[in-house]
Design a protein around this ligand. Structure first.
Ligand SMILES: Nc1ncnc2c1ncn2[C@@H]1O[C@H](COP(=O)(O)OP(=O)(O)OP(=O)(O)O)[C@@H](O)[C@H]1O
Ligand SMILES: [Mg+2]
Length: 285
């Protein structure tokens, strides 16, 4: 139906929408990695994206970070239609963290330089000397994530939790409109996770913070103050919307193909497999 209408004008996006995906798909090597994705993220929203390994979460981020073009459908980012605008301009408005980015950082890179250089890396240019203003902003950003004491350390000497904080500071350095966090809690111990969840909760409550989308494998990592959730499985959306409507035992059971029991305690979420007498895994539909 959409193909037949492809010559009709595309309705403009709403200025409050940072992400406006309209029935997009992403196909690689004949495989539909994402399909039927219609998703809108507004200025003040904080989203969590959950789904099994291989569900398409990171692929969704690549589309949201203007790193990949949808195969079909229409995508707007920050009010600009993807494919009709310079992707590099879009990328300057997006802050992203992932373990892949962390893996590309040289061991001997100094933390302060790593944060300061974020802007230049994103803008695709380098300068010999950083301006004082950039240095001060980097210091402020490191302080904001509780990592100021690490500023003179080198990347290779940081613990996993410290690395996560520095990567978030780096993502925030450019004052992005959209913050994308791909598994920020991966590899953290309990204390480190709780520190991160607490910090991300503060960020979620800050009205000046960018719209945020976080991918996680664990509902325990969802900070207080997150407003929306998307559940993804096999490249498709199982459920999306307000977090309390989406995060239910029933929806998690469908997404993970096992009987999951979810509890919400004091604004946090806890999930486990339900104790049943029968088969552990619910049949795939
Ligand atoms: N460039 C690509 N070419 C072909 N297949 C790809 C490509 N990128 C990702 N895939 C495949 O697409 C599927 C979704 O990958 P993706 O990385 O988005 O999953 P994910 O939900 O982030 O999983 P995880 O929880 O393990 O990080 C996987 O089967 C992956 O192998
Ligand atoms: Mg992933």
């Amino acid at each position: 139906m959409m193909e037949a209408m492809s010559s009709s004008p595309i309705a403009p996006t709403d200025p409050d929408l940072l992400i406006d995906f309209r029935d997009i798909s992403f196909v690689r090597d004949g495989r539909t990695l994402l399909g039927d994705i219609t998703w809108q993220v507004e200025l003040d929203e904080r989203w969590v994206v959950i789904g099994p390994n291989g569900a398409g979460k990171t692929t969704l981020f690549r589309l949201a970070a203007a790193e990949a073009f949808p195969t079909s459908g229409v995508a707007f980012l920050m009010g600009e239609q993807v494919g009709k605008t310079d992707m590099r301009d879009l990328r300057t408005m997006i802050g992203m963290t992932s373990s892949a980015i962390g893996g590309r950082i040289p061991e001997n890179e100094k933390v302060a330089d790593l944060v300061i250089s974020a802007g230049y890396a994103i803008l695709g240019r380098w300068r010999e000397a950083y301006e004082d203003m950039d240095f001060e902003h980097a210091i402020d950003t490191l302080e904001q994530v509780g990592a100021l004491h690490l500023r003179d350390r080198t990347w290779g000497t940081l613990s996993e939790g410290e690395k996560k904080r520095v990567l978030i500071a780096r993502a925030l350095m450019t004052n992005p409109e959209l913050l994308l966090l791909d598994e920020p809690g991966a590899g953290l111990d309990l204390g480190g996770r709780e520190d991160l969840v607490g910090y991300l909760g503060e960020l979620a409550m800050d009205p000046d913070a960018p719209a945020t989308v976080m991918i996680t494998h664990h509902v325990e990592e969802i900070p207080r103050g997150f407003t929306h959730a998307m559940l993804l499985d096999e490249g498709g959306i199982v459920a999306q919307g307000l977090i309390d409507d989406v995060l239910t035992s029933e929806n998690l059971t469908t997404t993970f193909h096992q009987q999951i029991t979810l509890d919400r305690i004091d604004g946090r979420y806890f999930a486990r497999r339900a104790r049943t007498g029968g088969a552990h895994r619910a049949p795939r539909s």
